[in-house]
Design a protein around this ligand. Structure first.
Ligand SMILES: [Zn+2]
Length: 399
């Protein structure tokens, strides 16, 4: 549902105070002292900052333990340990994807997120349980956030026969993006894995978003195979590599050619700004013209205990990881968590201009950088002109 709203006395990105009129869910006028049309709800911003809705471009809505009571982490150290641990715990712990995704969506909304790209597990133990649950949330809470679903072979694709067929079914059922995962380290068949997911992407006419944790030379090798296929299949602009730890290598002879290819093929990069792994150099990538987005990744799941779905905090983590100190540097991190995510998710009419969807956030603070550093309570969150959260509380009930 599209709504009308007059937002008085707010400062877009820290600029001078204006009023913002929303009609039919879109920004209709931005100017000082606008006339309030009859019957339109009015909100007083009190001179606070107006920001575009935050973009959570990489998370896992189906697997959060949010609201299920505290569970100490029990996963082993390797990636495969975490994968197997989770798959085995899903049913015994009753990690219901519909319920858990609804809970995380409400948390995201109260933190000012208006768009989410979520990877959702597809495997031979659980079939499309995750996809169906998150699709129900996508529909039920469509007035809260827009959700893009990546059909994600979390347990591997070729090492578990039947998964590719399930991924195909998930795409046919309405997932927006084809996922992939560590073609060397998990599937141990890089050519087979990548050929399969690129073919699926072509079959359904949908983009790709590939988890690539592989470090150093191994990651660079997988990257090379991704470049090769993106070029050969004419898929420039349709591929995202998530994590891409190999871009955090100190070896410039390894990294520089990869960045050249990212630019040439318009391949986007998602980084969480991880504290414990080599991470892609955000400023270098952004300044080179690479689309860069960010996300919380897993939030309080069987993989790890952290996360609160706050993309302002994520912007701070990006800043800490990349040694951003100057305001213009911190603003790069903020841009990654807003316009960067919008570019990667191919959102249209996103922003604070007249004509854009009124997906907005009002917080205290003088500047964008101050908001990133202080992460203030979200005074007002607006989705297509409708107030969805107020003073840090989501106005929509979830299970
Ligand atoms: Zn992930």
């Amino acid at each position: 549902m599209a709504h009308d709203l007059l937002l008085r006395n707010v400062r877009p990105m820290g600029a001078a105070s204006v009023d913002v009129l929303v009609k039919g869910g879109r920004i209709d006028a931005v100017a000082p002292a606008l006339e309030a049309p009859a019957g339109v709800a009015v909100e007083d911003g009190g001179g606070a900052l107006l920001l575009p809705g935050l973009v959570e471009a990489h998370t896992h809505l189906d697997k959060s333990l949010w609201g299920m009571g505290w569970r100490p982490n029990s996963a082993g150290p390797r990636l495969l340990d975490k994968i197997d641990n989770e798959r085995q715990l899903k049913k015994p712990l009753d990690i219901d994807p519909a319920r858990q995704s609804a809970r995380q969506v409400a948390q995201s909304a109260r933190m000012g997120t208006t768009h989410i790209r979520t990877h959702v597990d597809v495997d031979t133990d659980h079939g499309l349980w995750g996809v169906e649950g998150v699709m129900a949330t996508r529909e039920r809470y469509r007035d809260l956030v827009d959700i893009q679903i990546v059909a994600f072979p979390q347990s591997g694709l070729l090492r578990r026969p039947g998964t590719l067929e399930l991924l195909d079914a998930a795409m046919a059922a309405g997932c927006e993006v084809v996922g992939g995962l560590d073609p060397c380290a998990i599937d141990r068949d890089p050519k087979g894995h990548l050929d399969a997911i690129f073919a699926l992407s072509q079959k359904h006419g949908r983009p790709l978003d590939i988890h690539l944790h592989e470090p150093g030379e191994m990651g660079a090798f997988s990257m090379d195979l991704i470049f090769e296929r993106t070029r050969a299949l004419g898929m420039a602009g349709k591929v995202v590599v998530s994590h891409a730890f190999c871009l955090g290598s100190a070896d410039r002879d390894l990294v520089d050619p990869m960045i050249e290819e990212l630019i040439a093929l318009d391949i986007a990069i998602m980084t969480t700004g991880p504290a414990s792994r080599p991470a892609p150099p955000v400023r270098r990538l952004v300044e080179a013209g690479v689309r860069v987005c960010s996300g919380s990744d897993g939030i309080r799941d069987t993989w790890g205990p952290y996360g609160n779905a706050d993309m302002l905090e994520r912007a701070m983590f990006l800043g800490l990881r990349n040694n951003f100190r100057k305001d213009e540097e911190v603003e790069i991190g903020f841009a990654v968590c807003t316009t960067g995510g919008a570019a990667v998710m191919e959102l249209t009419d996103y922003g604070l201009k007249v004509g854009d969807w009124a997906d907005l956030l009002v917080v205290d603070g003088e500047t964008v950088t101050e908001a990133v550093v202080t992460r203030p309570v979200r005074r007002l969150v607006v989705k297509r002109g409708k107030v969805t959260a107020r003073d840090g509380r989501c106005l929509v009930e979830v299970p």
